[in-house]
Ligand binder design. Sequence first.
Ligand code: ATP
Ligand code: MG
Length: 268
Amino acid sequence: MANPSSAQKGERILSLRGVSKKFGAVSALTDIDLDVHAGEVVALVGDNGAGKSTLVKVLAGVHEPTGGTVEYMGKQVRLDSPAAALNMGIATVFQDLALCENLDVVANLFLGHEISPWRLDEVQMEVRAWTLLKELAARIPSVREPVASLSGGQRQTVAIARSLLLDPRIIMLDEPTAALGVAQTAEVLNLIERVRDRGLGVIIISHNMEDVRAVADRIVVLRLGRNNGVFTPETSNHDLVAAITGATDNSVSRRHDRLQTEAREEAV
Ligand SMILES: Nc1ncnc2c1ncn2[C@@H]1O[C@H](COP(=O)(O)OP(=O)(O)OP(=O)(O)O)[C@@H](O)[C@H]1O
Ligand SMILES: [Mg+2]
């Protein structure tokens, strides 16, 4: 697989300014700013209904924004269809993965973009599938295994590998670890790091702060459809929860205050 052609590590790939999306009277997004650079993982966090999926769908060309601008590689663009976003180099792995259970790994990887569509070159596809999965150090027992027999983590790997075949600059993952156990989560997080190391910009939506801290270079908080701060993985849980919920009084902040009080009392 060719690496994303011209984006240099750290170069800004995507830049949103003042992006808004209304559904009738409902403002799902208001005045959103977001930057994504080559070789970084940006985590999008926020409570239910904060606008995370809507933002990803705007970038995936599913929803057209009702306001604001989107720049891609320094040029203002319109992402008016999923095909437009994909052709531009913005790939999305939606939460349902959209894999075909009865088909094997190779068939799933190349579904819809088979090499020489009139006469499928099975050998070439299998070699390409193996090469890509090896580069990603993916643990798939056999590329001729039907997807139905793979674990949740392996399926996520196949879905991510499939989106990489289109050679995108940005890959967006909606809750990639939500249904996974501990070992499989670690495997998918490793995979995300390898995708970043290839120079892609990764946007990950997650409700799991541990996963977010493990891979994210920046944590972007949305609250009620607006930006509510950009944080580093070193930010305390207390501050992150406060930004996500907007409340300074919650069980995490109370525990934080209690621990601080105890520490002060011990110091006396
Ligand atoms: N197609 C739609 N039509 C009308 N309202 C919508 C539509 N999609 C989303 N919304 C509204 O926009 C707001 C943001 O929803 P969104 O799905 O983006 O939240 P989210 O952050 O992804 O939440 P969750 O963590 O629950 O997935 C919500 O108030 C939701 O009801
Ligand atoms: Mg969502």
